[in-house]
Design a protein around this ligand. Sequence first.
Ligand SMILES: NC(=O)c1ccc[n+]([C@@H]2O[C@H](COP(=O)([O-])OP(=O)(O)OC[C@H]3O[C@@H](n4cnc5c(N)ncnc54)[C@H](OP(=O)(O)O)[C@@H]3O)[C@@H](O)[C@H]2O)c1
Length: 333
Amino acid sequence: MTYIASTGRYGDMIYNRCGNSGLMLPALSLGLWHNFSESDHFENIREILHLAFDKGVTHFDLANNYGPPPGSAEITFGKVLREDFKSYRDEMVISTKAGWKMWDGPYGDWGSKKYLVSSLDQSLKRMGMEYVDIYYHHRPDPYTPMEETMATLDLIVRQGKALYVGVSSYSAAQTEKAIALLRELGTPCLIHQPKYSMFERWIEGGLLDVLGNEGVGCIAFSPLAQGLLTNKYLKGIPEDSRAALHRGNGAIEEGEITEDKIKKVSRLNEIALNRGQNLAQMALSWVLRDERVTSVLLGVSKPGQLTDSLKCLNAAPFTASELHMIEDVLRTN
Ligand SMILES: NC(=O)c1ccc[n+]([C@@H]2O[C@H](COP(=O)([O-])OP(=O)(O)OC[C@H]3O[C@@H](n4cnc5c(N)ncnc54)[C@H](OP(=O)(O)O)[C@@H]3O)[C@@H](O)[C@H]2O)c1
């Protein structure tokens, strides 16, 4: 059946300006790290992607290595793009990245010009696209001069293979340097993609200030701590959860669901219920409470999780007392 996007798709979404750029991103974006590979159920993938776009989620985030096997999330996304989304391409912001190990030998990892250029060519082929909207360097590279990596991002934009560029998981100091180098080259740094959630707050120690001062956007990955910041693990580890599935590649493992964490999750869950949200929704609203955060980058395994999570956008702002109670939970050992 031909996919026709919902006519009301822009009605309920909030779009935030990405730093000082001309680009608006949905407050909630969809990431394809897990659950979108060739070993996942294709009709489920398709349903999630259709639902997302129908709800105004215009931004889809990929990377060369998303799978397993690496590259297969780009292949499945490319199939849906080709078969269903073709006429909507210009209504979407599609990103990919390189920086983690993708292929054997010295040219398939880190941040050299050799790696970033060939990896993007491969990604474009897998997705069947002429250009991506955002190309990221996926992690800082201690071995390659940052001048080379940033000059490559600039080159890629000039070649028309990406419209914008960004960095992921760079420290505050590394980000400052990357922003300055890119500015000098004439290609602004659009966005930073850091890990950020109630359980992972490193960006509050300087990075958010750098991004705010420099007018660079911020898209927070793993805002639910891979599902831990939901009510799903309160009564054990469900069979179909990420922790039970041992997906590897940095996916949350059963051993990370500790009693201490569940105690906190349980208290956070109470706070969420008292403000009329479930915990997943509150965890997303909490990440979005800082105006410097452009978008939360959510992962889902089922369409219902997306519908549920999107309700975070309707929440009332946090009261000072709610924020205080959350801090209290997060700071106790
Ligand atoms: N730049 C980087 O280095 C980097 C690293 C990691 C991720 N990312 C990006 O960030 C995206 C999101 O990361 P993530 O998947 O770890 O994010 P996450 O949103 O923290 O966790 C996603 C998981 O949370 C659960 N979930 C989502 N909504 C739910 C709801 N309403 N109720 C209950 N459970 C819910 C699902 O778990 P189950 O699967 O158990 O159902 C889902 O798979 C990735 O896809 C990727 O695009 C980037």
